[in-house]
Structure formats: C-alpha cells, structure tokens
Write a protein that binds this ligand. Sequence first.
Ligand SMILES: Nc1ncnc2c1ncn2[C@@H]1O[C@H](COP(=O)(O)OP(=O)(O)OP(=O)(O)O)[C@@H](O)[C@H]1O
Ligand SMILES: [K+]
Ligand SMILES: [Mg+2]
Length: 724
Amino acid sequence: MTAPAPVRPVLDNAAQPPDSGSPRRVRGGMLDPKQLLLALPEALRKLNPVALLRNPVMFVTEVGAALTTFIAIGHPSLFGWLITGWLWLTVVFANLAEAVAESRGKAQADSLRRTRQQTTARRVVGWEPGASAASYLEETVPSAELQRGDTVVVAAGELVPGDGDVIEGVASVDESAITGESAPVIRESGGDRSAVTGGTRVLSDRIVVRITQQPGESFLDRMIALVEGANRQKTPNELALNLLLVMLTFVFLVAVVTLQPMAIFSKEFMKAAPDTAALNAQGVTGIVLVSLLVCLIPTTIGALLSAIGIAGMDRLVQRNVLAMSGRAVEAAGDVNTLLLDKTGTITYGNRQASGFLPIGSVPPGRLARAAVLSSLADQTPEGRSIVTFARRHYQLPEQDAAVTDGATWVPFSASTRMSGVDLPDGRRLRKGAVAAVALWVREHGGEVPASLDACVEQVSASGGTPLAVAEYEGEEPARLLGVVHLKDVVKPGLAERFAELRRMGIRTVMITGDNPATAKAIAEEAGVDDFLAEATPEDKLALIKREQAGGHLIAMTGDGTNDAPALAQADVGVAMNTGTSAAKEAGNMVDLDSDPTKIIEIVEIGKQLLITRGALTAFSIANDIAKYFAILPAMFGGVYPALNAVNIMHLHSPASAILSAVIFNAVVIIALIPLALRGVRYRPSSASALLTRNLWVYGLGGVIAPFLAIKFIDFALVQFIPGI
Ligand SMILES: Nc1ncnc2c1ncn2[C@@H]1O[C@H](COP(=O)(O)OP(=O)(O)OP(=O)(O)O)[C@@H](O)[C@H]1O
Ligand SMILES: [K+]
Ligand SMILES: [Mg+2]
C-alpha cells in the first residue's frame, strides 16, 4: 500500500504562500474577486424561493423583484427595468455572500475527503489484555465494516482503520492527515492520550485499538460535514435577530403599503420623468412602492447574517479547532470563567515516576517491589512508568508471574484515585492519591505516620504528584510504605496567555484530582487565578453547575475521560485532540493542536463574531432609516413643496433618487462581504467600551454613508441615464 501524501485539512487557496508560518494564521481579509465569480453559480441556485424562505428579508426582496418584473413586462420603461435589475442583483449579492462563505469550507471538505480512504482492518477475535499474538484469531475486513466495540491490531506502517481507544501498547502516530502537524505523536493505552483517529498512520510499534465509532460516523466524517456546513443550524442568537428582522420587515411593509400620497406622487413623477409616461400611474406606484420597501427593510444585515456565522466557524477551523455547533462559538464570546484540568492540559500530562521515598525504616526495595506489584496490570502511563523506573533502579526479583498468578487487579479510577492488587497469598497492595491511600490504611486498622507529611511536602512543593503506597496482610494492621514521586512538566508560556485572559475579563481556574499542595505549586507556576484540588469528576461537574447557576458562562478545556461530564456540562467544552474519545465526544469543540491556550483564540473569535453581527446590524438599520430620509424630500418635493426646504441632497430627479437608493442598497452588500467574512477587529477591552465605540463607528457610519453614496451615484451615474 502506498502512503497517501499528507493532506492539510487547513489548506488554503493557492494564493497563499506555503511558508506563511503556522498553517492556521492564513487567509487575510482580502476577498479575491475570483472567489465571487466562482461562487456565482451557487448564488444563482440559491434564488430558489423555497430555499430563500429561510431568510425572510431576502425572500421579501425576491418577491418584490418578481413583482416589478411583472410590472415592467406589462408597462415597459427604462426606469422600470433598471429598478427590476437592481432588485434581482440585491438578492443575488446576498446569496453571493453566503455562497462565498460556504465555498471556503467546501475546499477543506474536499481535501479531507481525499484522506478518507478505504483501508483494510485486522480485526481480532478473542483478544484479552496481555494476550500473545498467537492466542487470538485475526481476520482481515474492510474498514467500512468495523462496528463499535470491535478490536483491531495496527502495526507500524499501517493506517488506523477507524476511531477508537488504544487498549494495549504504545505507538508513535502520524496524525498530519487530521491536524496538519507533521511531528508524530505518542498514543498509548490507559491514560488521557489513548484516542486514535481513523486515517492516521502508525509509525512505530503495534497497538491494539477498540473501535468507538459506528460506520459512517467517524471523526473525519463529522469534520467534513462540519466544514461543509452540512448540518449548520441557526443559533439562538441568530434566530432572535431573524425574528427582529422579520418584525421590522413587516412594519415597513405595512407602512409602505398605506402610504397615502403615493397616487398623487405617481402623477407628479410621470411629469418629471417623461420616459415613464409609458407606465400608467399604477405601474409607477407599484415599482416605487417596492423600491421604497426594499430600501427600508434591513437587507444589509439580512444578506450578511448567515455569512457572518459561517465565517466565524471557518475562522475556528483555520486555527485547527472544530466547533460542533455555532451556539458554542457564540457562547465562547461571552465566557466569564475558564476551567482547565491540570494533567495533560496545563502540564504535558506525561507523569513519570522519578523516585521512591520510603517512610521510616521501610527498606527502599520493599517499597519499590510493592509499587511494581500494584502496577503490573495498571495500563496508565503512571503505572507503566513505575514498573519501568523500578526495574531500572532496583534489583527486583523476577518471579512476578508466580506471585501474581490468580491475583485480583484493582484498576485505577478517578473516583477512588487508587489502583492496586489483591494477591493470592492474602497481601493487598494499594497505590494512589495520598489522601485516598491514607484513608484506606486507617480503614484497615493502620496508622498514618507523621513522617508521611514531609515526604508528600517534598514531592508536592516541586509540582510533582505524590502517590502513596500501602500494604495490608490481614493479620497486622495496614502499613504505609512510602511515596512515589511522579514528575510532570508545566507547558511553557502559559502565564502570559492567562494574563491576556484576565485582561479580557475571564477568570482561569485549574481543577485537578491531585492534592492541594501539588495543585498550588502548579497553579502558581502556570499563573491561573484559582484552583480546585482533589476534585473527582463529580466535583468538576458540580463546580460548573454552581458557576452557571450564578449566571456565568463557563468554558472548560480537558482531555481525560474523567473530564467528560464536565466538558458536556460546560457552555464551551474544548477537548484536546490527544485526549480520550469520551472527552472528544462530550465537548462541543475539539482542538486538533491540543493547546490549552487555544481557548484565548476561541474566545476572541466568539467575541469577534458577536461584535461583527452587532456592528453590521447597527449599520444596516441606521442605513435604512437614513436612506429613507435621503430620498423622501426628493420624491415628494413636488407634492409637498415644504419638503424642499430639507432637500439637502439636490438629487437630479425623483426617479433618480429612487434608482440611486436602490443601487446603493445592493452595492453596500457586496462592499461589506469582506468585513462580514473577516470580522470586525477585536482588541481586548471592556465590553461597554467596545459597544460604545462600535455604535459610534457603525451607527454613525450607517447614517452618513447613504447620503454620500446616494448623492455620488446620482451625480456620477444615474443623472446621465436618459429619461431619468
Ligand atoms: N495509575 C494510578 N494509580 C493510582 N493512583 C493514581 C493513578 N493515576 C493517578 N493517580 C492518583 O489519582 C489522582 C487523580 O487522578 P486524575 O486523573 O483523576 O486527576 P489528575 O490527572 O491528577 O488531574 P486532572 O484532572 O488535571 O487530569 C492523581 O492526582 C493521583 O494522585
Ligand atoms: K435595505
Ligand atoms: Mg487526568
């Protein structure tokens, strides 16, 4: 089988230089006119009125265009046809905005589709932990036939046939097909780095994978649907805004239809514009009414609303974040509190044993031996590292198998925070979080020696995780043997990014199952505002619910199975791609780069989305009202001479006033497409300062723009059209 060239999902149009650094920071705000042209067929397809019903403002515009077309056919005139043409263009421009926004995702989906190829899977039957290759049956099946719960073997050089969790082994995996990142990553059983994705390639070693997807519902499938916007739903905010737009449209519809002086106006109008004499008064009335209506209803925001939302999702994909819903993106813009789990999110999560600290007179070898025996079946990275470390540094007897034959293993769980073994000779060994093991010792008649504190202190102060090891033989009381030092490293550069979040008004809280002393050391080093230690999955969930009850919007970043309930409860749940399938299923976003500081960019994109939508709504409504006042005096000056006093525009004629306004109304959509796609710039500052600034810029801009633009169109173009 030949290796497919790694395809970046985050690819960009050819115009982008390939060496633009990070694959994410590409594609500026410039809108290539070629893109508009390419999107034109799709824009024309979107003229289908049934499809357009989703966008009521544009639907009304299309009905208006159809009406004027009718009138213009019945009573042909240049004025009638020009208005009709520009009304149709208005709808096409709106469709173009959406089509351009969508086309960006389509290109990405195409490249992902090339990654999703048929492979064969080596499915095994009768697999058991630790079984040798000879002891189970292997069959070759097409990857498409894999079911959830199947077990497959993947060896070096082979493609992972489907999404799943590693249940045995460690391997380096090339995930560039999904993440665009060429450096291989480690995937291993047991820990928080156990998820593998179909379509990625195992580079070394051999892993056993339990499939977690159903056919056709793979991560890649979902990713394709997502970037294509196939199942894009309107968000609650969009629905609310849409309702407002519908109401405005309705109000203006009623207002325009009941305009009394229209009939008188029509007669005056025909006198002023001889060309239109071909039109009867009713025809003029119809065309002018439709024009007025389209100028008044919020066509600008109606045209750009969906493009703004799609572009927001797209900006996330640019940064290698997959958002499962637009609602999550919006929520990100309003987040108050960010919860991060410690291991794997703030730290690299590769906790390795780095020392044994026996208590009192316990011989170091005995502690090491107990630690190893209790870890032999522990498939977590911590457990495996204890075995490796002890074997390397201590002379340990090799008859493990004889001692543990028939033993009952106690697997690690985030709730008990312990793991261990009950040996057939009656000995019970436990290792785990100090508080949990201390409790176990007391429950079994033992005492916790005061010297434990010093050992724990020593490990915790350095940010390490202490694991207590204890033994219980049944006759004597249980005994604490000592502490294993697990080392972890804080990811660099976090403190600055958390400071940035603070400036955005977002509080960062680290939550961990680790003890308070370790948590404190790591919290200080990472620069978070607060921390919660010794948290069980239930505690994490409760914390989120409490914060939400206080009216806060919560974002949560995590990678572990123990984070899954919290990720599901959070308003924004960002799962690390390195994490477990459970975490990725639970969250509403996946960060392919597994970078906990990515949430800053996610928040920025969310805020930018909300600001852009707000700014363009303000602009659109200000614009419509101003447009009305710009053309009214020109229209009715003949009927009500008093209006001439406020006719500051001095437009060429009533017909020109109307045509110029309709042209402006259409052109402003095209002019604002780049802004809708790129988003209004966001700088960290308080929400109210931002609001004030944007109201000034876009509100005032919306009032002034029509006066200047309509005058310009009238002066430079329309006045030269004969008969208008
Ligand atoms: N394999 C293991 N065997 C026994 N105890 C363990 C094992 N792994 C971790 N522990 C203990 O259980 C505690 C809780 O682990 P858990 O994975 O729930 O949280 P964590 O990884 O420390 O924190 P985070 O929530 O940030 O991932 C750890 O702090 C450690 O003391
Ligand atoms: K309008
Ligand atoms: Mg963890």
